[in-house]
Design a protein around this ligand. Structure first.
Ligand SMILES: *[C@@H]1O[C@H](CO)[C@@H](O)[C@H](O)[C@H]1NC(C)=O
Ligand SMILES: *[C@@H]1O[C@H](CO)[C@@H](O)[C@H](O)[C@H]1NC(C)=O
Length: 157
């Protein structure tokens, strides 16, 4: 029952004309924040073990996608509202990113009414990101590595 309901919610979500555009907007704003070439941070690269493989994303989208995406965006929002995020990024661009994220979250909240327990995969994934940033003392390179990681997720969705 829950799955059928979520499928309907997912379809409803993507029939909202702004839906696919919103991800694009978040993606674009995240991209605009780039300040240092990723190549200069190569030795800081890290495998955060994203909980799904590329081929999973489409099937996730079809079923519980709305709920997962909501959870992901919430965590991305939390990540970029940290104090150290303001220290690392251009605050004008960061505010724009957060505003896009906030809008998407509001839209998702209108349709994501009854999410099942999604387990701890997403939470653990973001724990790894937070621990990594802390371990690297929130350096600009560490933030750039994380920015690229989130960008990758958004480009799949
Ligand atoms: C992703 O796919 C793999 C194999 O195709 C499967 O074992 C795994 O459970 C899937 N993950 C999710 C979250 O659906
Ligand atoms: C932040 O970005 C804006 C928009 O691109 C730019 O006008 C501004 O000069 C930047 N601020 C800093 C401190 O780099």
């Amino acid at each position: 029952m829950a799955k059928i309901y979520l499928l309907v919610a997912g379809v409803m979500l993507c029939s909202i004309p702004a839906c696919p555009l919103d991800n694009k907007e978040i993606f674009t704003r995240l991209r605009q924040m780039k300040t240092i070439p990723s190549q200069s941070c190569l030795e800081h690269r890290h495998d955060f073990k994203f909980p799904w493989r590329r081929e999973n994303i489409t099937s996730i989208q079809m079923t519980q996608g709305t709920c997962y995406h909501h959870l992901m965006l919430q965590q991305i929002f939390n990540l970029f509202t940290m104090e150290s995020s303001y220290a690392a990024w251009n605050s004008t661009l960061l505010d724009k990113l957060l505003s896009s994220l906030g809008q998407s979250l509001e839209q998702l909240e209108e349709v994501t009414l009854d999410c099942p327990d999604l387990g701890t995969d997403v939470w653990k994934y973001f724990q790894r990101i937070h621990l990594y940033l802390k371990g690297k003392e929130y350096s600009l390179c560490a933030w750039e590595v994380v920015r690229v990681e989130i960008e990758k997720y958004l480009s799949f969705m």
